[in-house]
Design a protein around this ligand. Structure first.
Ligand SMILES: Nc1ncnc2c1ncn2[C@@H]1O[C@H](COP(=O)(O)OP(=O)(O)OP(=O)(O)O)[C@@H](O)[C@H]1O
Length: 553
């Protein structure tokens, strides 16, 4: 049976209309190369030069500096840069001539290091900053990475490090705290996994030595899988803290010593700490993935408790996110030790491979009309992620779209864990074409092939916008994001317009001339979403008719 039939069972499809999409799920056909959304050739060439981190380009092997000459590799100067936020994005578009690249890759002078960073749009702030590295083979040559790591990188198809990896890995290896901000889908996970595994060296029976905190269990699971992938050939013991694994460790105190790495959400971990089921005193590496989320009011107390439980004097802390607002950075400075800040690309900006659009839909029901039009015209190219602002609205939208003959599902915090796991898996495998989601799915989740993100409901903050649309356009691929707005959303439009402009999207002049929303109104929106009309476009007669029809089958 062809894969399309298996995946589409139970749904009504117009095979003619969705012919292009069906071919996506046919394994025997070679996928067409993804077209870059940037049309202008010159812009495309320069963008590719900057953002093509995932390209399998030929790399000049860095000159081997012999065995661990760690101190000599550092920059000699102090703060390479230390401007306030408004100036941080200046000079972003300067690109280093490609001819210079081979020379730069040797990174043997501070001038080359500076140019190298500029080329990869890496900015660093702090004192005594270690140099970046250029290719994964440098990790073996310079830092004596064990062969199993190089082998696993190769098996995963990771040929070239991404800019955040180039800079964060050496900094962590030099024992420093890090605050790292890099675009969505740019490989931040691997940027901390590799140096942690290298430093842990091998399995030891002394209890947890690395701890990774993630705001959602879906992301925690994804991180766990990535760790596992990089550990093949090594006997590290990794624990993804769940109700079940916490209970087992509670029953058998010896298990506390068995694991090297712990991955958890804050609430689950705080509960385990309070029950005395987890001992974090040997933790040397603490990662806050999606750090700005974990340092928001809702999570702050829990994060604080976790910090208190990590009492090892040698503890290194790492904050990673695509967005780190200035307030969060100041807060972080209070608990980090002489941290180095890394910013890749523009600060708090969207990934440049995403084509972003703002669409005015008038009233609330204009949104469904717009989606239905896309379905009818065959423009809704799966896989598609649709974000709404509440669980209630996710359910409502699901009950509308389920009757539109598309393979749709919905994910939110009220679904059971088993349902959530199976939805994520089915969406990854292409069994679900359109997934309606709440903010739960906005951060970190790596669905590689998402073609389109629709912000059905206007996001409540810039950070939310950047993370939501960042579910597409990952790992150098192109993607599309559409944000619907109504009259009620109009006062906040300019915030999104600014992000679009900064990430190189074309924006009409009238939008650029809009007024920025005030700080107060932004704060208000962040706290409370706009009140919206229920999503319900069908008459009772239609609903009964549809129900009857389904019953007849
Ligand atoms: N060096 C590399 N070469 C090729 N692909 C890579 C490399 N590093 C990571 N990837 C892939 O890039 C994708 C995105 O990585 P990751 O999920 O770590 O992004 P991220 O920066 O954490 O994004 P987000 O901010 O959305 O959490 C993943 O599919 C990962 O496997």
């Amino acid at each position: 049976m062809d894969l399309f039939h298996v995946l589409g069972s139970g749904a009504r499809f117009d095979k003619k209309r969705f012919n292009d999409d069906i071919s996506l799920f046919e394994p025997q056909k070679q996928k067409k190369p993804v077209k870059n959304v940037v049309n202008d050739q010159e812009t495309q060439a320069s963008l590719l030069q900057e953002i093509d981190f995932f390209h399998n380009s030929k790399s000049a092997i860095i000159e081997t500096l012999g065995k661990k000459q760690l101190p000599n590799e550092r920059s000699t100067g102090n703060n390479e840069d230390d401007t306030d936020d408004s100036d941080e994005n200046e000079g972003e578009n300067e690109i280093v001539d490609q001819d210079e690249s081979t020379e730069l890759n040797s990174l043997n002078t501070q001038d080359n290091v500076k140019k190298f960073r500029k080329r990869y749009r890496i900015r660093v702030y702090g004192t005594d900053i270690p140099n970046p590295f250029h290719s994964f083979s440098d990790l073996h040559n310079k830092y004596e990475f064990q062969p199993y790591l190089c082998k696993n990188l190769d098996s995963a198809g990771y040929k070239q490090p991404t800019p955040i990896q180039m800079q964060a890995i050496p900094i962590i290896l030099h024992g420093r705290d890090v605050m790292a901000m890099a675009p969505t889908g740019s490989g931040k996970t691997l940027a901390y996994i590799l140096p942690i595994l290298h430093d842990l060296n091998s399995h030891k029976k002394i209890g947890y030595r690395a701890l990774i905190i993630s705001p959602t269990r879906e992301l925690a699971k994804q991180i766990y899988i990535e760790f596992k992938k990089m550990c093949v050939g090594k006997k590290f013991k990794i624990c993804l803290l769940t109700k079940a694994t916490a209970a087992t460790q509670a029953q058998d105190p010896h298990l506390k010593q068995k694991f090297d790495i712990l991955i958890s959400t804050p609430l689950r971990l705080v509960h385990a700490i309070s029950q005395d089921n987890i001992d974090l005193k040997n933790v040397q590496h603490l990662v806050l993935d999606e750090a700005d989320k974990l340092l928001e009011l809702g999570f702050l107390d829990q994060t604080d408790e976790i910090f208190a439980a990590c009492s090892n004097v040698k503890l290194q802390k790492y904050l990673f996110s695509a967005t780190l607002p200035s307030g969060v950075e100041s807060l972080a400075n209070n608990f980090m030790k002489d941290p180095i800040r890394i910013v890749v690309g523009l600060k708090n900006a969207a990934t440049e491979t995403i084509k972003q659009q703002l669409i005015y839909v008038g009233e609330e029901n204009g949104k469904l009309t717009a989606i239905r039009q896309m379905i009818q015209e065959g423009r809704l190219k799966p896989p598609v992620l649709i974000f709404v602002q509440s669980i209630e609205r996710a359910k409502e939208l699901f009950h509308e779209l389920i009757y539109d003959g598309i393979n749709v599902d919905v994910i939110h915090a009220e679904r059971t864990k088993a349902q959530r796991d199976s939805i994520v898996l089915n969406f990854r495998q292409g069994k679900i074409w359109v997934l309606i989601a709440t903010e739960l799915m906005a951060r970190g989740i790596d669905f590689k092939g998402v073609n389109l993100v629709i912000n059905y409901d206007f996001p409540q903050s810039i950070q939310s916008y950047i993370h939501r649309i960042g579910r597409t356009g990952r790992a150098g691929k192109s993607g599309e994001a559409i944000t619907y707005y109504t009259k009620d959303d109009a006062p906040y439009l300019k915030s999104i317009v600014n992000v679009m402009k900064d990430s190189g999207c074309e924006v009409p002049n009238w939008m650029l001339e809009l007024k920025n929303p005030s700080k107060e109104s932004k704060q208000q929106l962040r706290k409370k979403p706009i009140k919206r009309k229920t999503i319900d476009t069908r008459s009772n007669y239609d609903k009964k008719k549809i129900k009857r029809k389904r019953y007849e089958f």
